[in-house]
Ligand binder design. Structure first.
Ligand code: NCD
Length: 309
């Protein structure tokens, strides 16, 4: 029996029962192609709001589609089009949406831990989902990544997962490290020395000396974007130099196992962190990750709704 899930803020908080419930449910939703009977639409009559302080394509659209598939109404609020532009706080905005019946809030914010602060202050009955907070966490992305890995590799035990690129500023890296190591994988991180933390307080995680060490015999290669919008000036390198030193090319990928899968949370910068030949190649599961995002996010809503077994 899993503990009830009130908010989804971090992959650190998730217990193995909850993760396994979310995966099995997402698997079932995938088999059903997300088409549910009226009785199964557990968010029927509910309202979900998506509040995004940073740009998004995949995360926002898949959360909105997931809520709609489950029968909810969806409202999207961008700060510039709302009373936030007139100085209203985000907390007050959420309280007002709550008064209008909204119970599910999918929030992306540029400040780390901001979604947790909002969740701590929100009215009882509100469910907050962290859709990416600064450089901190992006739990739904990690869950869909792990789900995609499980689909291809069946188990996490003994898997070598290389996470490459801008580790320091990536919320996707952090959420994935917490989750994938909890599930039994061994993670290796590598990238530009300035963008790989000197220490990482995560079990079963190795800071590789270089890209080759992380890539050698990897089962999964996860490539991350250079997060130039976060302290961009601290790390200056041209796109072509980045590609030459750290880009995932066919030659570099050859160090990994022949059946290794290639992942990327998007948005892709082709010719910077990844070569098109690899992104569109036979080992790439990048669009599978996007596809799985819908089923996984439906399962997250169901878990928050109290459907956990
Ligand atoms: C990521 C994000 O916004 O954190 N993208 C996503 O949600 N799919 C990664 C990124 O922006 O690089």
């Amino acid at each position: 029996m899993s503990a009830p899930l009130k908010h989804l803020l971090s992959t650190r908080d998730l217990d193995l029962e909850t993760i396994s419930w979310i995966f099995s449910r997402a698997e079932r939703l995938k088999r059903m192609r997300a088409v549910l009977s009226t009785d199964e639409r557990v968010l029927y009559g509910e309202t979900t709001a998506t509040l995004f302080w940073e740009a998004s394509t995949r995360t926002r659209v898949s959360f909105e589609l997931a809520a709609i598939r489950l029968g909810a109404c969806v409202v999207h609020l961008a700060p510039k089009d709302s009373s936030i532009a007139k100085g209203e706080s985000l907390h007050d905005t959420i309280a007002n949406l709550f008064a209008l019946g909204c119970r599910y809030f999918v929030v992306r914010h540029s400040i780390s831990e901001e979604v947790k602060r909002l969740a701590d202050k929100a009215r009882y009955g509100a469910h907050l989902i962290n859709a990416g907070d600064g450089t901190n966490e992006h739990p739904s992305q990690a869950l869909l990544d792990a789900f995609t890995i499980r689909e291809r590799k069946k188990t996490f035990q003994g898997l070598k997962i290389a996470i490459l690129g801008d580790i320091l500023r990536s919320r996707v890296a952090r959420s994935n490290l917490y989750l994938l190591t909890k599930l039994g994988a061994q993670c290796f991180v590598a990238g530009p020395p300035d963008l790989v933390p000197e220490k990482l307080n995560v079990i079963s995680t190795t800071i590789a000396q270089n890209m080759d060490e992380a890539l050698t015999d990897a089962d999964v290669v996860m490539v991350l974007r250079l997060q130039k919008e976060r302290d961009g000036k601290k790390f200056e390198i041209s796109d072509s130099e980045y590609f030459q030193k750290f880009g995932l090319t066919r030659e570099r990928l050859a160090l990994a196992k022949p059946d290794a899968i290639v992942m990327h949370p998007g948005p892709l910068h082709r010719g910077v962190e990844i070569d098109s030949e690899v992104a569109d190649g036979p080992q790439s599961v990048i669009l599978k990750q996007v596809e799985n995002g819908l089923f996984l996010r439906m399962a997250i809503f169901e878990a928050l709704r109290g459907e956990l077994g």
